[in-house]
Design a protein around this ligand. Structure first.
Ligand code: GLU
Length: 501
């Protein structure tokens, strides 16, 4: 029987990503829950890289995992970049450790070499299925003689190492799922290594969790069915069993599995698109955990205080991007303007670097309510940085305005704005001057008196080239007098180019 975790044992948790792709939202959520659990219990959070799959693992994904976790603020105290007592923290550097345990299992006759070819296994599987049996390895190589094994190895017949599964019932208590029972009689003897130097996942994970003194294994529900296999290995090796907690599956809005999701799942995609780390943290923590309060957002420190595994649900957690956008909006609006401008800068064209900080801040201020994610700023504000605006001239017309009236409106704006000195060139004053004249203009043209659009719409389009933008006064203030007047002039020139003929 496996010994349970010893009382008062230090809490040590880990995440063990395989670097076969970028850090996934699911992986980041697992990291976050482990991190919060460790911090809350004054334990240790370990990052271990599971790179035994040489073909599929890539250093660039290790870097991606490290970078994105750091960006999120999820910090570990032992890992591939921070050595600790239990290192190295990359499985590819721990081959000798696994080998020692594999040899032990060979000595104790708990594993054996299997030489069955893939096609052979497939044919036997088909045959079992045709007889209505649940397919599993039939144990063909279990009792090969020492001589046959040695000859096969000498002849380099491809082989794997199988672990003998005695069909017992495994019971364990999962902190989230409750009591779990599994009949290992349904499993055949499991492949745990390709050879002595090439362990596979189930084996390496069990050795590492033991060697690194992991007290709690908190991971995604997709690993629940792996747990009985890993417990069998722990039993065979005489290891303590860690406490398990399997986090609920992440589901798309239509309740399909998130792993089958098309579209963004990599943390780096959210990062690139301009989601703030604080928003992603708050979004992820609610994928399975409920604080039980109305409070909408939490800092990492607040989460550490509030978090508990007891409040993690069993049911699948729905991934709702609208909620992420909503939370991101809250954090965008909360950010002091200087900081917000700083994080927006990478989403602005390089010409933005030449503008005074104050001007940039005004641009961001004018748009911060309209963006859900930082990358939205690019398209919305591009006109500030262009020399020439391209747009359909018909856009300049407000309601039933006639072509010549647009010209009239712009000529009037030009006259009025030219008179305003640089010192008084601010949105407030521009508004005062133009609004006093708007009514007179409407009267002269025979338009509805109170409708400011006749004067201000053509001006706003002349300055922005867009059907939707911030108001004309803010834009004019940001552009400055010279640029504002030159844009009005450019528009008047454009209108004179036989446009309406
Ligand atoms: N390397 C496994 C994965 O990336 C980790 C499984 C575990 O946490 O035990 O899914």
């Amino acid at each position: 029987m496996v010994k349970k975790i010893i009382k008062n044992q230090k809490i040590r948790v880990r995440i063990a990503p395989s670097p076969t792709g970028p850090l996934h939202i699911g992986g980041a959520r697992t990291a976050l829950f482990n991190y919060l659990f460790a911090k809350k219990n004054k334990g240790v959070f370990v990052l271990r890289i599971e790179d035994t799959d040489k073909e599929r693992s890539d250093l660039k994904w290790v870097q991606n995992i490290i970078e994105e976790l750091k960006w999120l603020g999820i910090e570990w105290s032992e890992g591939p970049d921070i050595d600790g007592k239990f290192g190295p923290y990359k499985q590819s550097q721990r081959i000798e450790i696994y080998k020692k345990y594999l040899e032990k299992l060979f000595k104790e006759d708990k594993v054996y070499y299997c030489f069955c070819a893939k096609e052979e296994l497939e044919a036997r599987r088909e045959e079992q299925l045709s007889r209505g049996l649940a397919p599993k390895y039939d144990g063909k190589c279990k009792s090969l003689t020492k001589e046959i094994i040695e000859t096969n190895i000498k002849e380099k017949i491809p082989s794997v190492i199988r672990f003998k599964v005695h069909g017992t019932k495994i019971k364990f208590s999962d902190l989230i799922r409750g009591e779990i029972e599994f009949d290992t009689g349904l499993l055949g003897d499991i492949v745990i290594a390709k050879d002595l130097d090439t362990p596979l996942y189930h084996f390496a994970v069990v050795i590492d969790d033991y060697e690194m003194q992991i007290s709690h294994v908190i991971r995604g529900e997709e690993h629940l069915s792996n747990t009985p296999r890993q417990i069998l290995l722990q039993e065979a090796l005489g290891f303590n069993q860690p406490i398990y907690a399997h986090l609920p599956l992440m589901l798309n809005a239509d309740k399909s599995k998130m792993s089958k999701r098309v579209g963004d799942v990599a943390v780096s995609d959210y990062h690139k698109n301009g989601y703030l780390p604080e928003a992603l943290i708050n979004f992820m923590v609610l994928l399975g955990w409920n604080p039980g309060t109305e409070k909408e957002t939490f800092s990492l420190n607040e989460l550490v205080k509030e978090f508990s595994l007891e409040k993690v649900q069993k049911a699948g957690a729905i991934f709702n991007v609208q909620r992420l956008d909503f939370i991101n909006g809250i954090y965008i609006r909360e950010k002091p303007i200087g900081k917000l401008t700083e994080v927006c800068l990478p989403y602005l064209p390089k010409e933005a670097q030449n503008l005074p900080k104050k001007t940039l801040e005004k641009i961001i201020e004018a748009y911060k309510l309209r963006i859900k994610k930082l990358s939205d700023i690019t398209e919305l504000t591009n006109f500030f940085f262009l020399d020439k605006l391209e747009y359909d001239k018909n856009l300049l017309k407000w309601k039933e305005m006639k072509n010549e009236d647009v010209k009239e409106a712009l000529l009037l704006c030009d006259t009025l704005l030219s008179k305003i000195s640089e010192g008084k060139w601010n949105a407030k004053n521009l508004e005062k001057v133009l609004l006093t004249e708007a009514e007179k203009f409407n009267q002269k043209m025979g338009y509805e008196l109170k409708n400011r659009g006749y004067l201000l719409w053509p001006l706003r389009v002349a300055l922005s080239g867009k059907s939707a933008s911030a108001g004309p006064f803010e834009i004019a203030e940001i552009l400055g007098k010279e640029k504002t007047l030159s844009r009005i002039q450019q528009t008047l020139d454009k209108l004179s180019q036989k446009m309406y003929s």
